[in-house]
Design a protein around this ligand. Structure first.
Ligand code: ADP
Length: 250
């Protein structure tokens, strides 16, 4: 298995918030994780990135159980970028993780340049992160994860605190990451976040209630979510086209 979990359960104290979750994720998939507030999306992503422990069941990455060594390959992007930013400058912030694992200076510079160019923050290396816009801060948080060369990126409602401009900036980065073949799971309420997703996983009270293709999810009204613009347009056009065909064939 490239990435996934088996019989995964998690409790906060005595309260079980993930119940027997089973998931198999292939390399290069772009997946939307949906569910009402409190359904366990954030907890699932945190457990699967190794941030939250202990849990029962298993998380797998490349056929091995997740441990202190391989969890570095799973990147987690917080809902609020402020939780992730620690550097005094943009460059320092991106360098932080690399310094921790002792990457040589030359390689560090190359990797920082690469990550900042993907998120379009080149030129702001010496800026104070506090002076950045919301979208820029979230892009910085993404760069700090990308620089570690993760093989899976878990995004926890990454656009929910952003204005439409900031959201668009994040979509452009996500589109780039998809093209690069990254494996991404995005938890979201924003219909527009799910525009490019193929597969949807829906959680309810800590259990998976749907895991399948996006079109099937939206056609079944499994939970009450707003449709992404493209899906809405497709449905509307299909409906109008059908009406036209009916009229012409009368
Ligand atoms: P979602 O991301 O879908 O909104 P969460 O994973 O944040 O859901 O929350 C799942 C459940 O766990 C909710 O009932 C929430 O109140 C509870 N919960 C979340 N974080 C904590 C915590 N740190 N301590 C105790 N309960 C928590």
């Amino acid at each position: 298995m490239f990435f996934g979990c088996e019989n995964l359960s998690f409790k906060y104290g005595n309260v079980e918030v993930l119940k027997n979750v089973n998931l198999e994720i292939e390399k290069g998939e772009f997946i939307g994780l949906v569910g009402y507030n409190g359904s366990g999306k954030s907890t699932l992503l945190k457990v699967m990135s190794g941030i939250l422990q202990p849990y029962s069941g298993n998380v797998y990455f490349k056929d091995k159980t997740l441990d202190e060594k391989n969890r570095i390959k799973i990147g987690y992007i917080f809902q609020n970028p402020e939780n992730q930013i620690i550097g005094v400058t943009v460059e320092e912030d991106v360098a932080f993780g690399l310094e921790n694992i002792g990457v040589p200076r030359e390689e560090m510079i190359d990797r920082i340049n690469w990550a900042l160019s993907i998120v379009n923050l080149k030129g702001l290396e010496h800026a104070d992160p506090n002076t950045l816009s919301g979208g820029q801060k979230q892009r910085l948080a993404i760069a700090s994860i990308l620089v570690m060369e993760p093989e899976v990126i878990l995004m926890d409602e990454p656009t929910s605190m952003l204005d439409p401009k900031g959201r668009n900036e994040i979509y452009n980065v996500i589109k780039k990451l998809i093209k690069m073949g990254e494996t991404i799971i995005i938890a979201s309420h924003q219909p527009s976040d799910l525009e490019e997703v193929n597969r949807i996983i829906a959680l309810d009270k800590g259990e998976i209630i749907f895991d399948g293709l996006k079109d099937e999810f939206y056609s079944k009204n499994i939970i009450d979510v707003e449709l992404p613009f493209k899906t809405k347009l497709e449905k509307e056009l299909h409906f109008r086209f059908q009406k036209l065909v009916d009229e012409l064939c009368q």
